[in-house]
Design a protein around this ligand. Structure first.
Ligand SMILES: Cc1cc2nc3c(=O)[nH]c(=O)nc-3n(C[C@H](O)[C@H](O)[C@H](O)COP(=O)(O)OP(=O)(O)OC[C@H]3O[C@@H](n4cnc5c(N)ncnc54)[C@H](O)[C@@H]3O)c2cc1C
Length: 406
């Protein structure tokens, strides 16, 4: 039996940042990080970008070299999965039969891909993209693959489509909604991305679901769509969202809905148990889990400060990025509840931003190849002031100037 002053479950973005932040904030107690993957913490977003494209070796994805953790006295327990939490005994049960006791527990377990449930969902051609192992499986199969069907037109599906298209595969993207990125962006951004993918030769099928995956003679499969169409495929990449990894903690009694509920300090309803990243949902927040590296890192910092006796409520402005072909998409803020949008620039020029407003206040911006807008929109969002649409829409006028005008 081992015991640590702080045990972090999950050695991903949030877990790694929490461990570092504890030390940066002067935490002198013992710290352990338990992760079910066998890898040192690594950069997950690259799995659908440079790593899948073969442009970056895995070694360059590591967030820190092995020595970094040892030098800071952070014990790593990798390849081990926590299967139970006993909040009364302050003890964790692991899948190898070991027990680890904690004084503080930080739950940072991310999520698992939402799976297809249709007939044939377990066909070997069907793959998901969340871990290094998923990516490696796909990379190993690529030489024998000509036709790919991507299920889901969210960021992961679109990024995978871009990489696989650049690798010369015939790519069909199937999206159940009437536009790609429907959950996260407004129509102009969706239509722009759709047009870019079509221009690159991706067949984009909208308003279409998957009914069945059937085995095909000679290998591969046939993806049968709700519109009756059959798409032959050697590989089916499914990117239809994630489910938060909260089982053991929820079973232990932590208040949960679509994620573990946390307060502004990322504290759960269990004593000295904290939760961060993709699997956490702010009790008094926007009502959704935020799945981004920024959110995982900033929540990790919030918890570390609270544990070290300098609590500061989580108040970071969300941001996110995506790379597709030569496009850099950056989002700042949350567009939930927007009642107006303003387009800055012309999508035809492939450099533009879509600014989201609620009651005249800028709340978010999607910036496509527009890094300056991304940086400056954040200041406008944080200022929370009213900005007239006619000023916003002039792309020649830097957003930072508007801060002085309004
Ligand atoms: C392909 C891909 C591309 C992405 N692209 C972007 C992007 O461009 N920009 C962006 O901001 N975000 C992106 N994301 C999202 C981003 O990676 C996540 O938001 C971020 O990793 C969340 O950090 P986390 O610590 O909450 O979870 P994770 O980084 O997923 O870490 C959780 C870790 O906990 C482990 N674990 C789970 N359960 C247990 C258990 N019971 N016991 C032990 N270990 C456990 C998991 O295996 C995992 O290693 C992408 C994600 C994916 C999959």
């Amino acid at each position: 039996m081992e015991r640590f002053d702080c045990v972090i479950v999950g050695a991903g973005h949030g877990g790694a940042q929490a461990a570092q932040a504890l030390r940066q904030n002067g935490f002198e107690g013992s710290v352990a990080m338990i992760g079910d993957e066998t890898e040192l913490p690594y950069d997950r977003p690259s799995l659908s970008k440079d790593y899948l494209a073969g442009k970056k070796p895995f070694e360059r994805l590591r967030l820190r070299p092995e020595a970094f953790w040892a030098e800071r006295g952070i014990a790593l327990r990798l390849g081990r999965r926590v299967v139970s939490v006993d909040p009364a005994a302050r003890a964790l049960g692991c899948d190898d039969g070991s027990t680890i006791e904690y004084r503080h527990l930080i739950w940072a377990t991310g999520g698992v891909p939402r799976r297809l449930t249709c007939a044939g969902h377990d066909h070997p051609a069907v793959q998901y993209l969340r871990s290094r192992a998923d990516s490696d499986r796909m990379i190993a199969a690529l030489p024998g693959i000509r036709r790919v069907v991507i299920v889901g037109g969210g960021y992961i599906g679109l990024e995978a489509a871009a990489v696989l298209r650049e690798l010369g595969k015939a790519v069909t993207l199937v999206e159940a909604q009437e536009r790609v990125l429907a959950r996260v962006a407004a129509e102009p951004v969706s239509r722009f991305c759709e047009a870019e993918h079509r221009a690159q030769g991706v067949q984009v099928l909208l308003g279409t679901g998957v009914e069945e995956i059937a085995g095909a003679e000679g290998g591969g499969c046939t993806v049968r769509l709700s519109d009756g169409r059959d798409c032959p495929a050697d590989l089916v990449v499914v990117g239809i969202g994630i489910l938060p990894e909260i089982g053991p903690l929820a079973e232990a009694g932590a208040r949960a809905r679509d994620g573990i509920e946390v307060d502004a300090f990322c504290r759960t309803s269990l004593p000295d148990v904290w939760c961060i990243g993709d699997c956490a949902i702010l009790r008094d927040g926007p009502g959704i889990r935020i799945e981004s590296v920024q959110n995982a890192n900033d929540q990790a910092a919030t918890v570390a400060k609270a544990i070290c006796g300098r609590p500061e409520p989580y108040a970071a402005t969300p941001w996110f990025w995506s790379n597709q072909y030569d496009l850099k998409l950056q989002t700042v803020g949350l567009n939930l509840g927007h009642d107006a949008t303003v387009l800055r620039g012309d999508p035809a020029g492939r450099t533009f931003s879509l600014v989201y407003l609620r009651e005249g206040v800028v709340i978010a911006a999607d910036c496509i190849n527009a890094a300056k807008d991304f940086v400056q929109a954040r200041k406008l969002i944080e200022a929370g002031c009213h900005v007239p649409a006619d000023l916003l829409k002039d792309p020649e006028r830097p957003l930072r100037e508007l801060l002085e005008v309004v």
